[in-house]
Design a protein around this ligand. Structure first.
Ligand code: EPU
Length: 302
């Protein structure tokens, strides 16, 4: 979607928000898939309520983009604009066992920064791409831990109240790859309370998780991590693998040969290819196991 109303464009500038016109979102997603739209880059959290009011007043549909690492964006000209936070410097401030982290901070760098200051607990997340805000929204986890366990406080923009609010950790429910945040809430910052551990001990944990990940996941290929959530008590990857579907392709969208719940863009896959592959695999799993796999990947199709 192209913003053309001069009044709107002037108001965006006066809010200190940067507009980039006609951006290809394929450059902003780890799948390297996605059509074009305008991107608004937000440097100051305080501009958000005014910006959202402006977009609502002018009925401009919009979505919040984090690190784009768990996201499948549609092809062509997209019917909405995208908002993204600009990462501040510094993006992590430590006070004792508390880490105050901006939502735009890179997750892996945050884990290592905290580790260097003897704060651990998040070793499992080291190889998970994306931002801290994205990880928080979906309660990212791996190797027996999840980020929600460490959340003390979250600063967010709530679409329902149109205000920036702070929630305590115990006011939020964190479940397997799911949180109680509303879809139109925008994560702004989080305070994590992390256990003290020596850097050496944390590093050891990080190494173990990295090795496991390297051995089982197609790192370095264009993917969005696991496509489906695991059904209770089962592994979607194992089910897909048992059906012999590794290597199954639609165009350049392909079920990874390494981990069957990772679907990779092996060249120039379109969103249409990837969606067709997802539908096909879901169908085959449902026929074979009578289990309907739920997407873990977020789809922005229309
Ligand atoms: N397996 C196969 N074939 C495959 C993939 C897996 O047989 O192609 C088997 C494995 O051998 C293992 C079992 O399935 O016995 C489970 O596999 P894995 O340890 O890789 O775990 P997973 O359940 O497939 C989950 C998360 C990953 C996370 C890993 C490690 C989900 C959907 N996936 O995968 O998270 O990294 O555990 O903790 O919860 C993600 O969320 O995007 C993601 C990659």
């Amino acid at each position: 979607m192209r913003l053309e109303d001069r009044q709107v464009l002037a108001a965006i500038v006066s809010l200190g928000v940067e507009r980039q016109a006609d951006v290809s979102l394929s450059g902003y997603t780890s799948l390297c898939i996605g059509g074009t739209t305008d991107l608004l880059r937000i440097k100051n959290h305080d501009s958000i309520p005014g910006l959202l009011q402006l977009l609502d007043d002018h009925k401009i549909p919009h979505k919040f983009l984090g690190g784009g690492s768990n996201l499948l964006v549609g092809d062509g000209k997209l019917p909405w604009i995208v908002l993204q936070l600009v990462r501040p410097e510094p993006d992590v401030v430590l006070k004792g066992k508390l880490a105050h982290v901006d939502a735009a901070a890179d997750l892996g760098r945050t884990v290592t920064f905290c580790a260097k200051h003897d704060l651990g607990g998040m070793e499992g997340l080291i190889g998970v791409p994306g931002t801290v805000g994205g990880a928080l929204r979906m309660n990212a986890g791996a190797y027996g831990m999840q980020i929600g366990s460490y959340v003390r406080e979250v600063k967010l923009y709530r679409a329902a109240t149109r205000k920036i609010e702070t929630l305590r950790g115990d006011q939020i429910s964190f479940e397997y790859r799911h949180t109680s945040f509303a879809p139109d809430d925008m994560m702004l910052a989080v305070t994590l309370e992390l256990p003290s551990k020596s850097y050496q001990e944390i590093l050891q944990g990080i190494r173990i998780c990295n090795e496991k990940r390297r051995a089982s996941q197609p790192l370095g290929q264009k993917s969005a991590g696991c496509i489906f959530k695991n059904p209770p008590g089962a592994s979607a990857g194992r089910m897909i693998d048992e059906l012999g579907l590794k290597g199954l392709s639609v165009g350049d969208a392909r079920v990874s040969d390494r981990h069957a719940n990772f679907f990779v863009n092996a060249g120039k896959a379109s969103a249409k290819d990837m969606l067709a592959l997802i539908a096909d695999v879901r169908d085959r799993v449902e026929k074979a196991y009578r289990v309907k796999l739920e997407n873990e990947v977020i789809v922005w199709h229309e």
